[in-house]
Every structure is written in structure tokens, then in C-alpha cells.
Design a protein around this ligand. Sequence first.
Ligand code: PMP
Length: 394
Amino acid sequence: MNQLNPYAWIDRSLATIKQANWYRSVRSIDSLPGTEVTIDGRVLLNFGSNDYLGLAGNERTIRAAMAATQQFGTGATGSRLTSGHKQLHHKLELAIARLKGTEAALVFSSGYLANLGTIAALVGQKDLILSDRLNHSSLKNGSLLSGATTLDYQHCDMDSLRHNLQLHQANYRRCLIVTDTVFSMDGDLCPLPELMELATEYGAMVLVDEAHATGIFGATGAGAVEHYHLGDRSIVEMGTLSKSLGSLGGYVAGSAQTIEFLKNRCASWIYTTGLSPADTAAALAAIEIVTTTPQLRHQLWQNVKYLNELLTRLPQVKLIPSASPIICIELPDPHTAIAIGEKLRQAGIFAPAIRPPTVPTSRIRLSLMATHQQSQLERLVNAIERIFSETEVS
Ligand code: PMP
């Protein structure tokens, strides 16, 4: 019998990925999260973490996770609607709603699942999604899953959004505008006030992804919605517990009705195991720290200002416009990005190279933490200056 290998296409596909310089592999970071981490046995200065406030390795969050594990075990053991719900989940949801200034909130096993399920619950085949071209993968895949017609508008371009609303909105049952508030790979900020004006004018729902804004933006760290003073508008706010809150999981915050609806219609919440006690308790402790320690946020913003000042002094460095702790150096191609990432590693610095297809243009993506010292930022910039002067970057 002719033994055809039905998986042979995977080899071919991997070869294509490698040829295009898109191949990725994991590296292990086997130390506590922080500004210095041990990667493959070497201690490196860390500019690759989403742990913006340094809470993933914080004593209080660790203690909270350990205590919850001891009291409630390692797993929730069931979905929330069957046997997996705990008062601890309820407490976390109350704390999120309080932080965000919404009536209610719901926690998910990850931010990715929150986006997938929420979009698919809010819209369906008869509906329209208008989506920023550079939205996160979870928003794009949630849109696909929903079956709604999805049209991308130009990145942060409110004329492009208006144009799409004018042309298409009337042809659909419901319209949902989806956007990151802080864009994860550029670090820029969505013009949310203008977007909300358009949403109101056309009667569209709005879902914002506050993954990179929660804990960082706004007077109390509630996110970009607070930063723009839009807390009184009806917005479905999604976020993650895994970045500035240093834990794992996602959330949706909004009106009590929206949250009740999701509990009944959101498959990625209903048919999955509840968040583990450790993750839940760690996120709860992190929110407590965010709300009682604004100095952490201020320290982070000081670091953002200082690094921007240092980098803009280097004429050979092209920065992608950013308004957040995500600061990207644009590079001409994936090959150069990988080479510079490797030279930084040799200099004792972890700063990941991000390439297409994840992003339209190759770059080194630096993410800052509140706990970085000024001397660490100076070490980074000195290394960048030296490496750029040794490397031909056009
Ligand atoms: N949205 C954005 C903008 C993100 O950057 C991420 C994580 N990379 C997610 C959603 C998914 O969040 P999580 O890691 O909690 O699944």
C-alpha cells in the first residue's frame, strides 16, 4: 500500500516559515520575574516583560497565591457554573469592577479567551465589526469566531472608521467597534474620545482591550478609559490579569446586564474551568497594591520619560511613536532585528526582536517596569549606542 504521510505538509510549512525568517522558538526564563532574569543560565537585564509594575515577583502577591493554594488547593476543579466558583472569584470580580468604575466584572482563564468569547457573544452573522487594523490577535480571532462581517479600519484613523460606519453600518443588525486602547506592539494609544463620539453618533457598541493600560493609565490605574475620562460611557472593557497585575487570567468589565448576559452566553467562560485559587488571589492582591500604591505607577512613568529622553539623543535610532511603557526601535528587516537582539543578549540585555507576521515592520520591543533603576536604563542605552554604531542599520 502506498503510505502517504498526511502530515508531510507540516515539514514544508516549517521550511517556508524558516526561509522567511519567521521561525520562533521558546527560551526559558528560570528565575523570579524582575528587572534581572536568568535566561538559558545567564543573568540578563530584562526589557521583555509585561510585568510593568513588578508585581509578578512581589512578596505580597506571592504570599496571597500561596495562602490561597493552601486553603483552596491548586485547581478550581470545575467550570464556574458547575463546581468551580468560589467567593474568591466573586471578590476579585468586585475589585475589578471597583477599579474600573463599572457595575460588574467577570474573570476568564485568560485575556485571549475573554476576547474570543465576548466578541462571539455580542455579535453574530447578521452583524458588523469594525476593527483597528493593528488590533491584537485575540480581537481578530474573536471577530472571526463570531461570524460577523469584519472590516478593518486604518490604524487609529477616525476618518477611516467614520467612512466605514457611513458606508456599512445601516446594512447590519448591530455594529461593534473593537480596539486595543494601548497597542501591544507599537505602544501607541487609541484616540478613544473621538472613537466614542462616532460610536454614539452611529449607535455602535464598543469593546476596548485594556490589556496594556490596566494598572498604568488613569488617575487610579483603571486604564485608558479613565485616562480619557470616559468612565460614564457605555463601553465593554476587557483586560488581562497577566500584565501589570502579574497573574494569569482575563476580565470583562461593564454593565451588570452585559455581565449577566456573558455568564449565560459566553462559551469561553461557561465551558472552561474557573481561574485557579492562586491566580485569583494573586490578581486580587495586585489590584490592592495598584490602588494603594500610586508611587509604583509614577515610578514607571518616570522611567518611560527617562528612557525616551536617552533614546531620542541617539540619531541612528528610529523610535516608533509611543505613549506607553512599550518603546519600539524600528529596524529595516527581520534579519537586522534578530542580529541586534542577539548582540543585546551578548551585552547582557534581554530585549526581544519582533518581526512580521506579528507586526508589519521589524523592531526591537522594549517594555519598561516600575522597578527598573535609572542605571539599568543607562546600561541599555549605552549598549544600543555601541551596537548601532557597529552595525549597519539603514
Ligand atoms: N490583548 C492584548 C492587547 C494582549 O497584548 C494580550 C496578551 N499578549 C491579550 C489580549 C491576551 O491576554 P492573555 O495573555 O491574558 O491571554
